[in-house]
Design a protein around this ligand. Sequence first.
Ligand SMILES: NC(=O)c1ccc[n+]([C@@H]2O[C@H](COP(=O)([O-])OP(=O)(O)OC[C@H]3O[C@@H](n4cnc5c(N)ncnc54)[C@H](O)[C@@H]3O)[C@@H](O)[C@H]2O)c1
Length: 357
Amino acid sequence: MKAAVIGTGFMGAVHGQAIQSNGIELLGFAGSSLQKADSLASTFRGAKGFTSIDALLDAQPDVLHVCTPNSTHLQFAKAAIDRGISVIVEKPLATNVEDAQALLEMSASAKVTAVPFVYRYHAMVLELRKRIAENTENNLWLLHGSYLQDWLAASMTTNWRSNSAAGGPTRAFGDIGVHWFDLMEFVTGHRVTKLNALMAKVHKTDTEDGALVTFETDKGAVGSAVISQASAGRSNRLWFSFDGTQESYSFDQENPETGWVGTLGDNKIVRRDPNAQTGLAVRSNSLPAGHPQGYQTCFNDFVSDVYSTHAGAPKSEVMPTFADGLRGAQLADAVLQSVKSKGWVEVGNMPAMVNGK
Ligand SMILES: NC(=O)c1ccc[n+]([C@@H]2O[C@H](COP(=O)([O-])OP(=O)(O)OC[C@H]3O[C@@H](n4cnc5c(N)ncnc54)[C@H](O)[C@@H]3O)[C@@H](O)[C@H]2O)c1
């Protein structure tokens, strides 16, 4: 199978590695200039630079990977889907609900459409998810955590994300808050029904540096999440604690080799270990215990799922799709509406499936 990537920045390179680590032919990259595309392509064996999205699609990839600024996702995804090409679109799927909904509807004419909410693929995340599902007597009632970064903490740092025309109307929530909420809903099986949000800016930018969100779920839990891109010392700290009356479960993305299970007796540190884990977590253990794996491994497994589905295998329940991307857009929209109205907002329900996808 053949892959093509549009976007030559951080994500373009991560996708390139995931493609080649799965033994998929990487045709090459297109970016905002041929020089950038050539430069990234030169770091991958056999890959070349392309001048435009059309030139890239003319090379007939099985899957297009869209790794460009958020406001461009719709046009590039549509160009691929119009040719019947499967597509991975980076999160956030789109910068508003309408565009995300349109992409979900278009997805009916592509074999696979996926959005890399890749934290789902940490072996420890899958292990905790399994324990939560199995402990049916546990009343999981308090779902809380944070996703904190510091790369936009310095006042002089600029990035396309800080410009709402390129990044969308929410930055911290739209960029990383959607990851936290995707992970929370995926791991617990709860869905947020209503939320109340506050946003804060520490710099003079278009969009928020941080957001605080309290919420209720369809299974009667309450929760809160703190999101920030300006918290010194927090590089990429996605952390959660899902607390129940019998057991509580905690995970820190910066230390993904272990998880924490709290009980009313002894607490346990669970370590990633292919010999100790069962179920979906087994596949995500690509290395023996004590040999740390992490973010790139998650991407490799995600890309493996996308290409297997493209080749006709049944869709893995872990693989996030455009429906999950739309869910992120609905949550982001509810957060923006809540900030505007200074009150609680109902979150849009999932739309009907489109042609079974
Ligand atoms: N899933 C994840 O964990 C994760 C992590 C980081 C970023 N992302 C997402 O990936 C996407 C890219 O983010 P990034 O961090 O790689 O950004 P980046 O700034 O590092 O790279 C963006 C690239 O897009 C190219 N580009 C910009 N406009 C273009 C256009 N009109 N046509 C073609 N190329 C264009 C730029 O030249 C650049 O190479 C974003 O949507 C972001 O939200 C996802």
